[in-house]
Design a protein around this ligand. Sequence first.
Ligand SMILES: [Zn+2]
Length: 387
Amino acid sequence: MTVVFQDVVDPLVRYRPSGAPVLSLYVPIPYEPGELKGVEARFTDLLKSVREQLDSEELDHDARESLRSDIKRIADEVAPEAGRYKGRGVAVFACHEANFFEQVVLPRPVRDRAVVDATPYVRPLLAVLDESHRYCVVVVDREHAWIYEFFMDQLEESEKAHGRALRDPNYAGGWQGWKEDTTHHKAQLLARRHYREAAARVDEVMRRTGAELLIVGGHPETVAEFLPFLPHQLQPKVAGTFTVDPATMSPGQIRQRADEVASAFERREEEQLVAETFERLASGGFAAAGLQWCLLAVNEHAVQLLLVHDDEQVPGRVSDRCGWLGLDEEDCPVCGEPTRRTADVIDEMATAVIDTGGRVEQVYADTELDRHVVAARLRFPVPDPRS
Ligand SMILES: [Zn+2]
């Protein structure tokens, strides 16, 4: 399997309909091995829902047979192996008739989903790509620092930095009474030195890897003690913190906690993008909101950034000849050819935007985009078709 990168996305975005249906499947793989027995069952359930569509009147004999082969191949080849990708997601795009079969390992679990359409269903994939910040994760206690690099599909232990041996401040034994204060004071000094050194190493790793953001984990009190030791330039890069017990932590647990912090950070970023776009709209700048207006903007290749609310899907029409996208027209208003139905015109909009050099941001945060479903930042003005 391949790790998701632009070279994986391009063939999916550029895929041209062959007449046979493409089956797109997304399956989350749990973080902890204990939950893994569910993986094959998830595949079975999803594939069952696809098998039920085989009787649809929209499919002719060849399309049905092609889809049947895809279901079988995924059940035979992908499902039994997928459990290896703990804490990630597996996506498959298949069309037997067109000899097309792509498997992708996504950096984090995504919602289960099976979509049958003329083209690959790429929105969840684009959403993951778009959240591909490079993170550095550091877990600290008063004696150690574990530094991890975290990008796309990987969380790798970059460095385990041991501080100086530090006597447990509570280990006073027979000294208790007259030496406790000194021990405590010494412990503080050593902890401070350790934090300073750990912070310097984090700085070094972030420079070396080009990480844009930092996530800090540990016991809440150690995290609070450590943060002020980070160099000034790293302070604004702290995306968030999480609580973990360094004595018992597992890599899976760190991944999961870091993912949660990263997601919260992404939600804040989405809120900001939505707010900026709507401010632009309100001040008469280059922007659009709502499906009709954004469709027009996509058709004119005017979209620089497309914001899409959650996983909402809207059926629509596509002209495969000229690329025109719309909601109802059976014949293309541009080239006159008959259009084809699509299960989700927003997915078609997303691929068209990527294809014309724009960016797509899936917004999972609760924002005013909810009411409009889509909004866009434009390269040049496109008038609202409803006004
Ligand atoms: Zn057309």
